[in-house]
Design a binder for this molecule. Structure first.
Ligand code: NAP
Length: 241
């Protein structure tokens, strides 16, 4: 049985990815940071072939502990999905150094060093999928530092794909548009005007669903995507076309 690690898989897009990969026959390691109950719910839904592992990707020791735990769980990690991420909806004038440091610790350093430490487990033909965002393509000064963090991940993907390509390991980004998850609940849920504004940013004129992003990640993680690497799969519903 193939094994996948999905970071930030207790809620939102990561949860949908974990459930989808389980359906595709993977044993899934479900990482989370705080919400143990939500992570357990995901594991219970999957059944025997799932395990929850707590680790805050913004804390270097916890990243190392996660990599060690994965190595204890499996000799081979077929798929790594770097999904965990936090937002920072602030323009340049309002970003503090502490906000910036935490954002880059979770969104950039975490996946970088987690991937570094897991590479020995990833076999020839393995898959790495990184969650970025439409805001690497669409100027979004309302969350400038967040967009920069995703830009860093995009560049990470490009370079790593070249290094790992000869082994048949693909590395790709999936860039969602505005998706209905807890990350957007505060301004989106229960506000029809905000929903209409958000929908209007996408050509398909609606907000996206977590399972739609999971479908795209599942493709990038599949054997059928062996000739796709170093790229960004845009899953923004036609954001700002
Ligand atoms: P979400 O609903 O806020 O869920 C975040 C998940 O990540 C949770 O499972 C959370 O765990 C985990 N997490 C948060 N901080 C973590 C940390 N420091 N270490 C480990 N896990 C952590 O987020 P989402 O909307 O699903 O977003 C998932 C990814 O897609 C992120 O990278 C985000 O930037 C990207 N994205 C989202 C959207 C969107 O519109 N939603 C758009 C573009 C890109 P706990 O449950 O334990 O807190």
């Amino acid at each position: 049985m193939r094994t996948a690690l999905v970071t930030g898989a207790s809620r939102g897009i990561g949860r949908a990815i974990a459930l989808r990969l389980a359906k595709d026959g993977f044993r899934v390691i479900v990482n989370y940071a705080r919400d143990g109950a939500a992570a357990r719910e995901v594991v219970d839904r999957i059944g025997a072939n799932a395990v929850a592992v707590r680790a805050d990707l913004g804390v270097p020791e916890e990243v190392t502990a996660l990599a060690q735990r994965v190595a204890a769980e499996t000799d081979v990690l077929d798929v790594l999905v770097n999904n965990a991420g936090i937002g920072l909806p602030r323009p340049i004038g309002e970003v503090t150094r502490a906000d910036y440091a935490r954002l880059f610790a979770v969104n950039v350093e975490g996946p970088f060093f987690l991937t570094q430490q897991l590479l020995p487990l990833i076999p020839d033909g393995g898959r790495i999928v990184n969650l970025t965002s439409g805001v690497t393509r669409i100027a979004f000064p309302e969350a400038i530092a967040y967009a920069m963090s995703k830009g860093a991940v995009q560049t990470f993907t490009l370079a790593l794909a070249k290094e790992l390509g000869p082994r048949g390991i693909t590395v790709n980004n999936v860039a969602p548009g505005i998706i209905d998850t807890d990350a957007n609940a505060g301004w989106l849920r229960g506000d029809p005007e905000a929903q209409a504004r958000a929908a209007g940013r996408h050509a398909v004129n609606r907000v996206g669903r977590a399972d739609e992003i999971a479908d795209v990640v599942a493709f990038a993680a599949s054997p059928q995507a062996g000739f796709v690497t170093g790229t960004t799969i845009d899953a923004t519903g036609g954001g700002n076309l």
